[in-house]
Design a protein around this ligand. Structure first.
Ligand SMILES: [Zn+2]
Length: 511
């Protein structure tokens, strides 16, 4: 993917002509003429695994992502409480970033709010920290058994500590009142505006609950979405089936696939491994679906004409999903037009890496997870780190990677992802981590543009700056292909166009 300097003429949301220019980008639309001296244009970035509503919640709600201790989280809950209604919800805590490194306890929140229920999601979304009032509402006592695929963390006296992992989260979450439609719309608007600011023109939105679709559809029809959305509907509890949903397509919203979870996350020892955890020898993680359930659900989803995206982090989870997909391909349940994706594909055993190309499975990877999780992954995986986040190995085995951020869990900035793909330098460190797994700059840009469009089967009309292609364009202040490594993340987005309309422009660079 090569950045261009050109005069790009746009009409009806499509590129009409591209004339090479020296030293500038000019964009001529039906309503205006914008000139960007010294700038470079690329096809708009795609975030191919993210959560739009979650980002909206992060932008509009209680944010714990940069809290440095459990006490600081509790303080923020205290100051947020007066603005909120019945429940206090927030997200972003991560004990790995605290000096204690240990899970927080309900009593810290009880000291702040003894009567108001509090529910705080961990940064990776795979655990929740709640107070005693929330445990009480959910009816969780010290005697409550762990649900299948979930854990209620307990102290040495077997008392629930207030931290719920994976499927145990829902014991409390199901009691939280849903936000109103107006609140949801505000969240979606905040999130999509943020995407435009980051140069993103399309998002593969994961785990969308079917009840949200009317709102998205309405916003798409009214033209208030500033990014295109490919929706992957929640399928873990057959939510799509209960609502009798079928795939549907449009310019700004395409209801495109169903999302499942094969396992949990590495941070909470929930990722399913072939061998025990290096730092917890009594566990191999959690299978969130048994092999039979996995096959049955995938088969049903395919029979209804959907594409499938399955979360798999551990090497055993990746193996199971790849083999299930392989079976669906050989049986013809999934023909060559069906998109089969593995979300995260974080730990892929060397014996399984060739199966992505063999069964035409797309690894949807989030490079920023690698650079933020490397120290934790070393603890959890030990020597298996040699095949963790194996981007180069997957490429060498013929896979097409598609890049994303998993926002709001991580920053949605594609430039951070492109930098992580190319350099793999963990936060707080100076040197690359397993540098042999880096991608080239060209590949990193493709993963955020043309390959991502292949992962939604729209590469015939998106991902190039070329006549007849959709006018989804990001204008940047440097040449992302040629600039020195250390300039990738300081590159600025000057403007973002989706369907030929300028959705964002950098304040101090207006035309
Ligand atoms: Zn996700």
């Amino acid at each position: 993917m090569k950045p261009v300097q050109a005069k790009i003429t746009i009409a009806h949301g499509r590129i009409q002509s591209v004339e090479p220019l020296f030293g500038a980008v000019e964009i001529v639309t039906e309503t205006g003429h914008h000139s960007y001296p010294g700038a470079w244009a690329l096809p708009g970035f795609v975030d191919s695994h993210a959560h739009i509503l979650g980002l909206g919640m992060r932008l509009t709600g209680l944010n714990l992502f940069d809290a440095i201790s459990a006490e600081e989280c509790a303080d923020r809950v205290r100051s947020h409480a007066s603005y909120s209604g019945e429940w206090i919800t927030g997200m972003g805590w991560n004990q790995e970033l605290w000096s204690s490194k240990s899970y927080p306890h309900a009593h810290l929140l009880d000291d702040v709010l003894p009567d108001t229920p509090v529910y705080l999601r961990r940064a990776d979304g795979h655990a929740a920290w709640v107070n005693s009032a929330a445990l009480h509402i959910a009816g969780i006592t010290d005697q409550t058994k762990d649900p299948v695929g979930g854990t209620i963390l307990r102290d040495e006296k077997h008392r629930a500590t207030g931290v719920l992992v994976d499927n145990a989260m829902d014991l409390v979450a199901r009691h939280i009142p849903k936000p109103t439609e107006q609140q949801q719309q505000d969240m979606i608007l905040a999130a999509t505006r943020e995407c435009s600011r980051l140069g993103i023109t399309e998002v593969h939105d994961m785990d969308v609950h079917p009840t949200l679709l009317p709102l998205f559809r309405d916003m798409a029809e009214k033209g208030t979405l500033s990014v295109r959305v490919q929706s992957y509907i929640s399928g873990q509890n057959d939510e799509w089936l209960d609502e009798r949903l079928l795939p549907a397509g449009g310019e700004f919203l395409r209801v495109y696939g169903v999302k499942l979870y094969a396992d949990g996350a590495l941070g909470s020892h929930g990722a399913l491994l072939t061998e025990p955890y290096s730092d917890a020898p009594d566990t191999r993680g959690l299978a969130l679906l048994s092999p039979n359930e996995l096959e049955h659900k995938v088969r049903t989803i395919l029979e209804f004409g959907w594409n499938v995206a399955i979360h798999a982090i551990g090497d055993e989870a990746n193996r199971r999903v790849l083999d299930t997909y392989g079976l669906m391909r050989t049986e013809g349940v999934a023909d060559e037009h069906v998109l089969l994706r593995i979300e995260h594909a974080q730990t892929v055993h060397t014996e399984d890496q060739h199966k992505f190309a063999l069964h035409s499975v797309i690894p949807a990877v989030q490079p920023i997870h690698c650079i933020s999780d490397a120290p934790m992954a070393e603890q959890r995986l030990g020597a298996r780190c040699s095949y963790a986040y194996p981007w180069r190995s997957l490429r060498n085995n013929g896979a097409i990677l598609t890049g994303g951020s998993d926002f709001p869990i991580e920053s949605g900035d594609p430039l951070l992802g492109i930098d992580a793909f190319c350099r793999r330098i963990p936060f707080g460190r100076m040197a690359a981590w397993n540098p042999s797994e880096c991608l080239t700059r060209d590949e990193a840009l493709d993963a955020y543009t043309s390959w991502a469009h292949e992962a939604a089967d729209v590469s015939y009309r998106r991902g190039k700056i070329k006549p007849k292609y959709d006018a989804d364009i990001v204008v940047l202040d440097s040449n992302l292909l040629m600039c020195p490594d250390e300039f990738i993340t300081s590159t600025r987005v000057l403007a973002t166009y989706t369907a030929g309309v300028r959705r964002y422009q950098c304040e101090d660079n207006s035309a």
